[in-house]
Design a protein around this ligand. Structure first.
Ligand code: IYR
Length: 232
């Protein structure tokens, strides 16, 4: 006897569909927009020496809002941003990060890795963590609370947060602000300092501010289009 397939009772109703009709930009205009944006983006550099000049909190708020427009798996928005300007918290973060980085440079890093870092001239001293007016700690949320005490898991959380951080870096640069994607490993101390739950994994630690007037950056080149793309 054939039993009818059991009806799956959806626990959540599908979202209503609303029209999406952005104005279409003619290709010639679009090319101008993309080119101008790319030329500006090419001037962006990771900065390791920051001015102590203040940056208004409103700029950081807007940049975080913009990052939060990134697409995410099942629209779970699996990110959390802890923005820190408190000097004492910055000092604690620097102390903990330098402890980990000293271990990295003295013991943990493989010879290959140290060789790859050699041209950048980095070491365990992280003055940017106390000089920059803001430290932004980005967390990847692997689960979060939903309605009626439910737990919502994240999907493609790593990819989603990576995209959001990309949006953030681009937006900060457009606003004339510099940052550094800094990932001291391990970064678990950041969860404790920011008071985040165990499901939140530190993803990146970003100092944000204006570059120090005497800042320098390595004279590196970017790959050309044909080195990074093929058109079939
Ligand atoms: N986290 C260390 C090492 C480091 C690793 C990579 I990959 C870099 O591109 C730069 C540095 C540090 O911040 O010094």
């Amino acid at each position: 006897m054939n039993s009818a397939p059991r009806e799956r009772q959806p626990s959540v109703m599908p979202l209503a569909q609303i029209p999406y009709q952005p104005t279409r930009i003619p290709p010639d205009d679009a090319l101008g927009i993309l080119r101008a944006d790319r030329i500006h983006a090419e001037r962006r550099r990771s900065v390791r020496r920051f001015s102590e000049d203040p940056v208004p909190r409103t700029l950081i708020e807007e940049a975080i809002r913009l990052a939060g427009t990134a697409p995410s798996g099942a629209h779970r928005e699996p990110w959390f941003f802890c923005a820190i300007s408190d000097p004492d918290m910055k000092r604690r973060i620097r102390e903990a990060a330098e402890r980990e980085e000293r271990e990295f440079y003295d013991r943990r890093a493989t010879p290959d890795w140290l060789e790859a870092l050699e041209p950048l001239g980095t070491d365990f001293v992280k003055t940017h963590l106390t000089d920059a007016p803001w430290l932004l700690v980005v967390f990847r949320r692997d689960a979060q609370s939903g309605p009626n005490g439910s737990r919502l898991k994240s999907y493609y959380a790593q990819e989603s947060v990576g995209i959001a951080v990309g949006f953030l870096i681009h937006a900060l640069h457009r606003a004339g602000l510099a940052t550094l994607t800094h990932t001291p490993a391990p970064m678990t101390f950041l969860r404790e300092i920011c008071g985040r739950p165990i499901e939140d994994k530190p993803f990146v630690l970003m100092p944000i501010g204006y570059p120090h007037p005497d800042a320098t950056v390595p004279d590196l080149r970017r790959k050309s289009l044909d080195q990074v793309a093929s058109f079939e």
